[in-house]
Design a protein around this ligand. Structure first.
Ligand code: G7M
Length: 310
């Protein structure tokens, strides 16, 4: 088995503890384990088919089914089980991600949990979320700073505007296998550090947001065989990481909760809501925003559950 330097070593040391979550629809398994006595999370996800390329599809049907056996038939309906051919470079069967060392926040995030809808007023934001965001800066977003300083993932940058205020880096989301065009998933991480979430956006940010959106579209459509109307460009509220970033997916891609109501807001809608705000200093800090929240999260357990008390 060929693997990038060092990473297989780490995965080999993974000692299984328990299943955090099995998502049968997304065909993903979230496992808790340990590596060198520290918590680790392994995410194993079956890859999607690549249907972009007709040749590949011909090939897939003709030669990629290694073995097939009919289970049953009924009138015009026939069903089979099959073994697919796999190839680590061209046709990998699964994508594996490892989080190590994993924090309790990671474990809470990936474990199966029930959810709550929160209607967050500006006062609730100030008293509950804003102090929580302060605890989520620094180490928790080290991966973001590593990308912004070109320490990691630099060879995968799709586009960069290096301006410290207006600039951003566009690169593949770790959730993308980097080949399946129908599942294209990029993120744009801004260079500036004064916007943690949309709550920090106000009318003065409109020209900046518009230029970021324009540059994203330009970069994606010149790099990949996709047009502007095939892209879903959105932000999360709540995000998991409090440094402003924008999600870019192929509109065909089912990104699960990531595009769900109560979490995803289209960037164009963010911009037009700002445009509709009356005075010059208005922004999302003065809005009421709704989102869903996992019951395992600190924010629910030590924050909003105390307000809702049900
Ligand atoms: O919910 P939120 O908007 O905070 O989503 C953050 C996104 O960043 C998720 O879609 C993650 O898959 C993605 N992401 C998280 N990490 C830790 C990394 C990383 O290290 N590299 C890349 N390229 N994307 C990441």
């Amino acid at each position: 088995m060929k693997e990038k330097e060092g990473s297989l070593g780490l995965f080999q040391q993974f000692k299984f503890v328990r299943v955090l979550h099995h998502d049968t629809r997304a065909k993903s398994l979230y496992l808790l384990g340990t590596i060198q006595s520290q918590d680790a999370i392994a995410i194993i996800e079956k890859t999607a088919f690549n249907v972009q390329d007709d040749l590949l599809m011909n090939n897939l049907v003709a030669s990629s089914i290694e073995d097939i056996r009919m289970l049953d038939k009924n009138d015009v309906y026939h069903w089979y089980m099959a073994v697919m051919k796999e190839d680590l470079e061209k046709l990998p069967g699964a994508k594996v991600s490892l989080i190590w060392p994993a924090t309790q926040t990671h474990i809470d995030k990936y474990g199966k949990q029930r959810h709550r809808m929160i209607t967050e007023t500006p006062e609730m934001y100030r008293s509950v979320l804003a102090p929580y965001i302060e605890t989520m800066k620094g180490d928790r977003i080290q991966w973001v700073y590593n990308i912004l300083s070109h320490k990691v993932e630099a060879d995968r940058i799709v586009y960069e505007n290096t301006d410290p205020v207006n600039g951003f880096i566009l690169l593949p989301n770790l959730k993308w296998d980097r080949t399946t065009m129908d599942a294209l998933y990029l993120i744009a991480i801004v260079h500036r550090r004064d916007v943690a979430s949309i709550r920090d956006l106000s009318k003065k940010h409109i020209p900046w947001l518009k230029s970021v959106q324009r540059e994203i579209v330009q970069a994606v459509t010149t790099t990949y065989p996709l047009t502007e109307t095939q892209l879903r460009i959105y932000v999360h509220y709540l995000p998991s990481y409090y440094h402003f970033h924008i999600h870019v997916t192929n509109v065909e891609h089912d990104a699960g909760d990531s595009t769900g109501i109560g979490k995803a807001i289209m960037l164009t809608d963010v911009i037009s809501r700002l445009e509709e705000m009356s005075d010059e200093h208005s922004g999302f800090a003065k809005s009421t925003l709704s989102f869903f929240l996992g019951e395992n999260s600190e924010l629910w357990k030590n924050g909003y559950s105390k307000i809702y008390k049900d």
